[in-house]
Design a binder for this molecule. Structure first.
Ligand code: HEC
Length: 124
């Protein structure tokens, strides 16, 4: 019985380690992303695309790759064209980017789900 409890506790803690931490992600978003994408995630129309209610978020690979490698060239978000450049944040550890993207995918009515450090490693 004791062994079962320990095993269960381990199983739960490993899940908690894998999923990004939205609370930490919110702080990191405030440091690295807020200047352009804004605290509301609405961005600045015509200059910085929204992360709140953005039709781009459906493309999870693009959305996870943007903070890792940066993004430049033409992109259409919610019918508005952007042709600008976003810096890369690839120097941040996978865990930090996973926290940020877990926050982004869960904030402002978004429902993209949790992002793990492994998801970020996969797009490096
Ligand atoms: C200096 C301004 C700037 C900062 C800081 C910035 N971005 Fe961006 N971001 C942009 C621009 C500009 C684009 C569109 C690039 C293009 O035109 O190809 C973009 C596009 C995106 C996209 C894809 C389009 C969309 O709206 O879904 C995602 C996702 C994204 N950024 C996430 C982030 C995250 C997460 C951070 C913080 C780690 C961040 N950005 C920091 C300027 C910025």
């Amino acid at each position: 019985m004791k062994l079962l409890l320990v095993t269960t506790a381990l199983a739960f803690s490993s899940v908690a380690v894998q999923a990004g931490d939205a609370g930490k992600g919110e702080k990191l978003y405030g440091t690295h992303c807020v200047a352009c994408h804004q605290a509301t995630g609405a961005g600045i129309p015509g200059a910085f695309p929204p992360l709140a209610d953005s039709d781009c978020l459906a493309d999870k690979t693009l959305t996870l790759t943007a903070p890792v490698k940066g993004l430049q060239g033409k992109i259409t978000v919610n019918g508005v064209d952007y042709n600008s450049a976003m810096p890369a944040f690839g120097l941040l550890p996978d865990e930090d980017i996973a926290d940020i993207m877990t926050y982004v995918f869960g904030a402002w009515g978004n429902t993209g789900g949790d992002v793990s450090a492994e998801d970020i490693t996969a797009v490096r």
